[in-house]
Design a protein around this ligand. Structure first.
Ligand code: SF4
Length: 405
């Protein structure tokens, strides 16, 4: 792999700023509401006067979590319960538990039983998006609002409208950064952009705007040595720690789009601000009724309906229906970002994503797009076997001067 090299990038310089920004401006602990799954309607939490922050879990007390949860259960879920045992969430307003997969359901039971961290609400996400599912989702969003009100928050038409518009502005800012990843060479390092994406999921609206501004402020001092010859990949799958992205960075591979549940799936948007790309096209075809500014909405019910519809109809995760839409989306994404392959990263025992792999592999290979599956224990450590697999995949898919797909 002599031709693949480690390179610097401006995020290395910016990263301490990102961490300081998030740390300095974190509001009172009692205003924080923890969330786990990207189907949590965050706008409602913001509208109620709280700051949602993503719980990413920690492997430090994962063994203790294993006392209460079976060892053959999603390691992300076990890491989240383990992080609660570290006392990091003491004093927060509470968490929103989401029943989106079997493992998340088990987390909900264990959380209530074995931690002292309050539960604001348990939101059950339907797997479909038809009219019955919509009625059910509406009831779940309303139940979340009731939970937030019990915790001292208030949701009004104005506060929800502001929260929805802010959320679209953040998604549009994220899309602006992604647009630069379509260039050859990619503008940002995959690991850097993913770290920024993780920070955005723990930031309040003002912090998020400042975070999105950091790359814009510093882009002209970018000293990257990245070239058009770097292999480009889409990273998809369930949750993953930044370790895998660091590893890919270290072997000179550009992750041009991190579509995993830890990053892109929590932030991506199909919004009318995106005039280009598969997201924009999907918006026009699948979401003709969605107006990001909710013009004319004057009733809480209209806004709740809008939110329920948005969460049920966006690009689905592997647990939702239909699988075909998601697979077509990934194929388009690989083409659009001129990727030379797709790396699918799945935590062990994650049935929804493992179940999808044969179909995804088949669809990608039919289009001549190389595919690699990496199963891991959530906290990816750069061990030799994994490094060898990644290097072999890169060697197989990339040659200097090879044109992108
Ligand atoms: S990683 Fe898979 S099993 Fe774990 S919470 Fe997500 S979808 Fe569920």
């Amino acid at each position: 792999m002599a031709t693949l090299r480690k390179y610097g990038n401006f995020f290395n310089g910016v990263w301490p700023l990102v961490k300081d920004l998030v740390k300095e401006e974190i509001p009172l602990q009692s205003k924080l509401v923890g969330w786990f799954c990207t189907y949590t309607p965050l706008e409602v939490i913001v509208a109620a006067g709280f700051q949602p922050f993503r719980i990413f879990g920690s492997s430090e007390r994962i063994a203790e979590a294993g006392v209460y949860l079976p060892p053959n259960l999603c390691p992300y879920v076990r890491a989240c319960l383990g992080e609660a045992f570290l006392g990091r969430f003491d004093g927060i307003a509470g968490v929103v538990l989401v029943h989106s997969c079997n493992a998340m359901g088990q987390l909900a039971s264990a959380w209530r039983r074995y931690t002292n961290v309050p539960v604001i609400a348990e939101v059950h996400i339907p797997r479909d998006s038809d009219s019955k599912a919509m009625v059910y989702m509406l009831s779940q969003v309303r139940s979340l609002i009731r939970g937030l009100e019990r915790a001292g928050g208030t949701v009004t038409v104005d506060s929800l409208l502001t929260a929805i518009r802010t959320s679209w502005a953040i998604r549009a800012g994220w899309n602006d950064l992604l647009a630069k990843q379509r260039r050859v060479p990619a503008f940002y390092s995959g690991a850097g952009l993913s770290r920024l994406g993780r920070s955005l999921q723990r930031a309040g609206p003002d912090q998020a705007k400042a975070l999105l501004d950091l790359p814009r402020q510093t882009e002209y001092s970018d000293t990257t040595t990245r070239t058009g010859n770097n292999p480009r990949f889409i990273l998809t799958g369930s949750v993953v720690s930044p370790g895998l992205l660091d590893l890919l960075d270290s072997v000179g591979a550009d992750v041009v789009y991190d579509e995993t549940c830890s990053c892109g799936r929590a932030l991506f948007s199909v919004c009318k601000d995106v005039k280009h790309g598969v997201e924009g096209a999907l918006l026009e075809s699948a979401f003709p009724r969605i107006d990001p500014n909710c013009e004319g909405a004057s009733e809480l019910d209209t806004l709740i309906e809008y939110l329920a519809s948005w969460y049920l109809n966006r690009i689905p995760c592997a647990r939702m229906k239909p699988a075909g839409q998601r697979i077509r989306y990934l194929v388009s994404l690989a083409k659009e970002y001129s990727a030379q392959g797709v790396i699918s990263s799945v935590v062990k025992f994650c049935d929804p994503y493992l179940y999808e792999q044969p179909l995804l592999r088949q669809a990608l290979l039919k289009e001549g797009i190389p595919y690699l599956l990496i199963e891991h224990e959530y906290e990816v450590v750069p061990e030799g076997r994994l490094l060898t697999r990644l290097e072999a995949f890169i060697e197989k898919t990339w040659r200097p001067g090879r044109s992108a797909i």
